[in-house]
Design a protein around this ligand. Structure first.
Ligand SMILES: Cc1nc2c(=O)[nH]c(=O)nc-2n(C[C@H](O)[C@H](O)[C@H](O)CO)c1C
Length: 153
């Protein structure tokens, strides 16, 4: 299996490095990493990794600033990402850190570390072992924070 990793220079954390470190736990997973300036550049890069580098799935690593204009850029990324998925018929897992998720940098680092690693694992499962995701259906999984758990009858 081959996974594409796209990160940005806009990000304040080296999210690509975390993703690649997580991949070391998986035998036989090849990867290609590309870095783009900002989130609006992500969809085309993800599409290129699928079409030109034969990636089975792509994990995109974005960072959204605190301003309203940053949130608008994120909407543009989200729409473009979904279009790229529909055009290629492959999953593109969007891992985004929103800078306003936390007040302090230490928390942002912890959230980013956990979210990137968990979504890399999700991406591998989507391709190699989709039944594992089905086993966790409805269990309130969260990436970056503690799982919230299911609502039971
Ligand atoms: C306002 C703004 N906010 C963000 C952001 O929060 N995160 C990010 O990664 N990039 C941002 N950018 C950059 C643009 O969306 C765009 O990707 C670059 O200008 C290059 O096309 C812009 C212009």
């Amino acid at each position: 299996m081959k996974i594409g990793i796209v990160d940005t220079t806009f990000s304040r954390i080296d999210m690509g490095r975390i993703a690649i470190d997580e991949l070391k736990n998986y035998a036989g997973v090849k990867y290609v990493r590309r870095t783009v300036p900002g989130i609006k550049d992500i969809p085309v890069e993800a599409k290129k990794l699928i079409e030109e580098e034969n990636c089975d799935i792509v994990v995109t690593l974005g960072w959204v600033g605190r301003a309203e204009k940053d949130a608008l850029s994120y909407i543009a990324l989200s729409v473009g990402k979904i279009i790229a998925e529909l055009m290629t018929n492959k999953h593109i897992i969007d891992v985004t850190i929103h800078e306003d998720e936390a007040e302090d940098e230490k928390t942002l680092l912890r959230v980013a570390e956990n979210r990137v690693r968990e979504h890399v694992r999700n991406a591998i499962d989507l391709v190699r072992n989709p039944e594992r995701l089905t086993k966790h259906a409805g269990t309130g999984q969260r990436q970056g924070y503690e799982d919230i758990g299911p609502i039971l009858k």
